[in-house]
Ligand binder design. Structure first.
Ligand SMILES: NC(=O)c1ccc[n+]([C@@H]2O[C@H](COP(=O)([O-])OP(=O)(O)OC[C@H]3O[C@@H](n4cnc5c(N)ncnc54)[C@H](OP(=O)(O)O)[C@@H]3O)[C@@H](O)[C@H]2O)c1
Length: 391
């Protein structure tokens, strides 16, 4: 167990515990807390927090902290009170920076569910250096975006030879619905494409160049992928960027590492419909009036019903090649956006708080900061990582 900040009142504080994803994470932690875990739920409404605590198993032992991102002192006090803070308060580009800054200053480990590239790039430029000084680990995208991709590629690379060029293609299939918070964050990001590109450029100016190795990760071009028997389409998510950062941080990915990512769809009309739907939402998000109308369709706090979540699932298949070896792996589980996301966020918080991990600090990915330890935790929690075939 890391000795850093052992004198603080809480091992883990969950900020935004009253959000759709936050309440599921609180329930998961309450049901799986190791003996002696000191943890608290935090948010802006004391009344909502008390109601949540009353329905948690063992809730009497859970702390309640009031903090509002509009009140910086309350956010600083929250960061000072914990060894690890996990937050679901999004859109992160709107609400997230205060807590990242406070954790970087206080040397507090930080986790979020940000699938917003602009936010992650801005936080790198503004807070990575300070976090390295204090020892804080700043881990973004610790939910379905991007843990199964990041750890799935890490797991695949571990099945391939060392010190040779490697390629990995990732294919995702899923049946699931999303919440008001996720929809709002996605709309917000679609409306800020120019800001997103500027933040990426600024990050490139600040980030040290890789020396002696090559790493690339991109959205794949549309094609029929024989290897998985499906149409493979580009998927505009943050995951390839996270995978690229893990590959840059970890020499095990070899001297020349290439990753491409796709959504896999069996039937061509579904593929065409999917691309058209994402394109239509992205185009509508450019117009303030259309964006307002769209965001009214799914409100903050709304999300899929327990029945819908019980039927939801995901499967990520990876085809890895290098050094004369080819491997097909799979990461799979239940409801990706919420049930499994809550599990991933909570297990990541427990992992940072209690596991024996490589020494890292600053903005780090789940693979670089937690790798094998987090895979073991997620496997024990029912998320499958398996080698389907090798050649
Ligand atoms: N990475 C992934 O795979 C993944 C999966 C799921 C969700 N997400 C992301 O997670 C985030 C949460 O999603 P969700 O659907 O759970 O959101 P949500 O239900 O809309 O909740 C938003 C939360 O933000 C809180 N909040 C708003 N303003 C605040 C302020 N000034 N101070 C403190 N708290 C404030 C709200 O507090 P109140 O409860 O008091 O209103 C609520 O708890 C979104 O950004 C979403 O995109 C990512």
């Amino acid at each position: 167990m890391s000795m850093q900040n052992r004198d603080r009142p809480y091992d883990i504080v969950l900020f935004g515990a009253t959000s759709f994803a936050g309440a599921l994470t609180a329930e998961y932690l309450a049901g799986h807390a190791p003996e002696g875990l000191r943890w608290a739920i935090a948010g802006r409404s004391a009344e909502k927090l008390e109601r949540l605590r009353d329905r948690l198993p063992g809730g009497a032992g859970v702390g309640v902290l009031r903090a509002d991102v509009c009140d910086p002192a309350s956010v600083r006090a929250l960061a000072d009170s914990a060894r690890v803070v996990a937050t679901t308060v999004g859109p992160y580009v709107t609400y997230g920076e205060e807590l990242v800054a406070a954790c970087a200053d206080a040397g507090t480990d930080y986790l979020d569910l940000a699938g917003e590239p602009e936010f992650v790039d801005l936080m790198y430029v503004r807070h990575d250096a300070r976090a390295r000084e204090t020892g804080a680990r700043l881990v973004h995208a610790a939910g379905f975006d991007s843990i199964p991709y990041d750890l799935g590629v890490y797991f695949t690379v571990r099945q391939l030879p060392e010190d040779v060029p490697l390629t990995v293609d990732g294919f995702v299939t899923a049946d699931a619905a999303f919440s008001g918070g996720t929809f709002g964050s996605a709309l917000n990001q679609f409306a800020r494409l120019r800001e997103m590109a500027a933040a990426a450029r600024d990050r490139r100016r600040h980030e040290p160049r890789l020396v002696g190795r090559r790493v690339s990760a991109a959205l794949g071009a549309p094609r029929f992928a024989k290897e998985v028997g499906a149409w493979a389409l580009p998927m505009p998510t943050i995951d390839p960027q996270i995978v690229r950062r893990s590959a840059s941080a970890l020499g095990r990915y070899g001297p020349d590492f290439r990753y491409r990512q796709y959504a896999a769809v069996r039937r061509l009309p579904v593929a065409v419909g999917g691309v058209a739907a994402v394109g239509a939402v992205a185009a509508a998000a450019q117009l303030p009036s259309a964006r307002r109308w769209l965001s009214g369709r799914l409100r903050p706090g709304d999300g899929p019903s327990p029945e819908k979540r019980a039927k939801s699932w995901f499967s990520l298949r990876f085809v890895g090649e290098g050094g004369g070896r080819r491997v097909l792996t799979e990461v799979s589980g239940g409801d990706p956006g919420y049930g499994e996301t809550a599990k991933m966020l909570a297990e990541s918080a427990l992992c940072l708080a209690f596991d024996d991990l490589p020494r890292t600090a600053g903005q780090v990915t789940t693979a670089a900061a937690m790798g094998d330890a987090l895979i073991e935790r997620l496997r024990a929690a029912g998320i499958r990582f398996r080698v389907a075939s090798t050649r």
